[in-house]
Write a protein that binds this ligand. Sequence first.
Ligand code: ZN
Ligand code: ZN
Length: 153
Amino acid sequence: MRDEASQLPVALICRRCGSDVVANSAQYDVFEGMHYVCFHYEFEHAGDPDVECEAGGCPAAGIALSSLSMRVNGCDISQAGNTVVPAILALRQLGCVVTIEGETTVARLRDAVFRADDPVAALGLVKLAETRHPWSASDAEIDEILREFGLNG
Ligand SMILES: [Zn+2]
Ligand SMILES: [Zn+2]
């Protein structure tokens, strides 16, 4: 949407909260002139706004989950025999099917497969895949990190 006189994009204003609609401006009409979140709370959400409702895409989903740094706050864990069982339990909690095939721990989640020497490493691979897209490093990243840590490629 453009203002013909100035040729500048016209700011879309949310009619519920009054602030600019930027991220979902393409769906401005679909959301009846509101932010997605404002639309959801205006028309779809039932009950306490801080509690996830039944509607798909509820913005309150995950509010009860604090940030990673808060969740791991105070942990001091070293990889040892006592981390094997918790790692298997954590993999299962994440929805993985865990099997030990020969010397290899295999964790499967739908069509994803993670193979490692032990369950803790398999759990690490799941976190790697979750954190990086794609998970692998580029040539430039490899060079930079090998140099930073004084490793040989
Ligand atoms: Zn709004
Ligand atoms: Zn909701």
